[in-house]
Write a protein that binds this ligand. Structure first.
Ligand SMILES: [Fe+2]
Length: 315
């Protein structure tokens, strides 16, 4: 697994010079933003958009971060997305490919899938772990590059589970144990789940297979109807930076290269005033400033109770 450095997603509205100045080491490309959907669900790459993306990103290495695979759907993954990815790889090879652990399609009428409109979490069961592990291994073979699963934010309480698996962290570990993929660790999603479900994000990190983490995401979000959402619409909250500070030494100790791939994935041209956390010093129009920010630690952060204790101990 290659250590690339600090990455940024491809945003078509950002100045191309942002990707050419030497501050970004790699680019995350989401193929779905470069295509249109035809009737029947097929996805077509748009040549103009693809050319603009390649011109902006220049010679930087790219990785693919997909959003529409729906790897956990019981009735099958989104074959149209993989068809798109086949064509994308043929014209723009990527170092690795990542997707979210969850599902977003269910069986519909006339053999068509219905999109749920929002990614949903899988039950924490052995059946789900085996299904996703088998599909992950198949995807890694299909593209000949590592396949990473991202831990997702979710907003549902009391998901079904097997006692051997327990929860979403246990589900990811069970999939990783089966050997077909690596993890993309999204620290903002860890923070989301800790806030919304009232548990300790540091304890969640402690339970993860950090030796299988190949990339880290940091991002921002905002409050909606009492939930902290993984909306990518604010700067990175300070608690997420603190999770990064906590995780990096642990990850470096367990894996010599993989922890060096860090992507800032919030849309940097947007900002939110609804964040309860102190905003990092990098400006909204200066995402690289936000990447470089290393926070001071403060006792007044909005942690769940257990997390406050742990954060103070850590600090
Ligand atoms: Fe992410």
């Amino acid at each position: 697994m290659t250590a690339l450095g600090v990455g940024l997603p491809y945003f078509q509205d950002l100045p191309p010079d942002l990707y050419r100045g030497g501050a970004v080491d790699f680019v995350e490309v989401t193929p779905e933003v470069l295509c249109r959907e035809r009737r029947g669900g097929a996805l077509d790459l748009l040549p103009d958009k693809l050319a603009s993306a390649k011109e902006a990103c220049g010679a930087l290495p790219i990785v693919v971060h997909g959003v529409e695979l729906s790897i956990g759907s019981a009735h099958g993954w989104n074959a149209a997305y993989l068809d798109l990815l086949d064509r994308f790889q043929a014209c723009w090879p990527f170092r690795w490919h990542s997707e979210h652990l969850g599902f977003q399609t269910i069986p519909g009428a006339d053999a068509h899938s219905l999109n749920t409109g929002v990614p949903l979490p899988l039950p924490a069961t052995i059946e789900a772990a085996e299904l996703v592990a088998e599909r992950s291994a198949a995807i890694a073979r299909r593209y000949g590059v590592p396949f990473l699963l991202e831990n997702a934010a979710h907003y549902l309480l009391e998901l079904p589970s097997d006692p051997e698996i327990g929860d979403d962290v246990g589900l990811m570990n069970a999939i990783l144990d089966r050997g077909g993929c690596l993890q993309l660790l999204d620290l903002h999603n860890v923070w989301c789940n800790a806030l919304n479900h009232g548990h300790d994000p540091f304890a969640a990190i402690d339970r993860m297979r950090l030796d299988r983490v190949a990339e880290i995401h940091i991002a921002g979000g905002s409050w909606h109807d009492g939930f902290w959402m993984d909306a990518h619409d604010s700067r990175v909250p300070e608690p997420v930076w603190e999770l990064l500070e906590y995780t990096l030494p642990l990850s470096a100790a367990s894996c010599s290269k993989c922890w060096k791939n860090i992507s800032l994935v919030s849309a940097p041209t947007q900002s939110s005033t609804s964040s309860p956390a102190r905003v990092p010093s990098g400006s909204a129009a200066d995402p690289l400033g936000a990447i470089a920010h290393v926070p001071d630690r403060h006792a007044d952060r909005a942690w769940p109770d257990g997390a406050c204790r742990r954060a103070r101990r850590f600090g």
